[in-house]
Design a protein around this ligand. Structure first.
Ligand SMILES: [Fe+2]
Length: 234
């Protein structure tokens, strides 16, 4: 199964959601023969909850994904934490909305500019404990960050991400090498995601599982057993 585990439908979090951008992303994913992608927006994005409602009203949902022309669309939320990392959460739609509401209340809707007011990664992991969620440390080395997270946090992660923007900035070999080294150190899997904010970029980095996944539990299991390869495509 070929899945892009990190995509957006908005060119920026402050911009209003456009249905046409979402549809374009779906058609690009189908052209690139993806089996699935994860639809994410940032928790602090304008209209995050409205977009969740839009999907619910307009598309068929079965097992743990929306089905659009044979393409599986899983959903999630990308959450910034006070350690200046972003953590991607992927889950069933009702779990994502509930977890996002709880996290949003704790963040009090802080803007991206006030990162000091974000909740800590430990608090995020605590909140997530009430839900079945896949937790991925997104682009761990962006802006030359170091990863200095507590064991309580790293033990809660399912994967660390090889990210297309970091490949563009540092080259594929360097990005793979440092993320794989981190994954080994933490004892988690690697995952691949385009982090596309432009529909055309969907699928430029994908995760390939050796089996088909239809549920959050199955994706979690695939990551846990390291049956995942990360491929990049221009
Ligand atoms: Fe992202």
């Amino acid at each position: 199964m070929k899945i892009d585990l990190h995509t957006h439908s908005k060119t920026s979090s402050s911009r209003a959601f456009l249905v046409s951008d979402f549809h374009k992303k779906v058609s690009v994913a189908l052209q690139k023969k993806l089996d699935a992608f994860v639809q994410l927006e940032h928790l602090h994005a304008a209209d995050f909850f409205e977009f969740s409602g839009f999907l619910k009203v307009n598309y068929r949902y079965e097992k743990d994904y929306y089905l659009l022309d044979g393409l599986k669309v899983f959903v999630g939320v990308e959450v910034s934490v006070s350690e200046k990392h972003d953590i991607v959460l992927i889950g069933r739609r009702e779990d994502i909305v509930s977890a996002a509401q709880e996290l949003f209340q704790r963040q009090s809707g802080k803007s991206k500019e006030t990162t000091g007011d974000y909740i800590s990664a430990e608090e995020l992991i605590r909140v997530c404990g009430g839900f079945e969620l896949i937790k991925i440390l997104a682009h761990p080395f962006r802006h030359n960050k170091t990863v200095d997270l507590s064991k309580k946090v790293t033990e809660g992660l399912d994967a660390v991400e090889i990210n297309s923007n970091e490949i563009s900035n540092h080259g594929e070999y360097a990005e793979r090498e440092r993320v794989e080294r981190l994954a080994d150190k933490l004892g988690v899997s690697v995952s691949g995601g385009s982090d596309a904010h432009n529909p055309a970029r969907v699928g430029c980095v994908v995760s390939v599982f050796d089996s088909d996944c239809s549920t959050i539990g199955e994706i979690k299991e695939a990551l846990a057993t390291s049956r995942v390869e990360v491929y990049t495509k221009k």
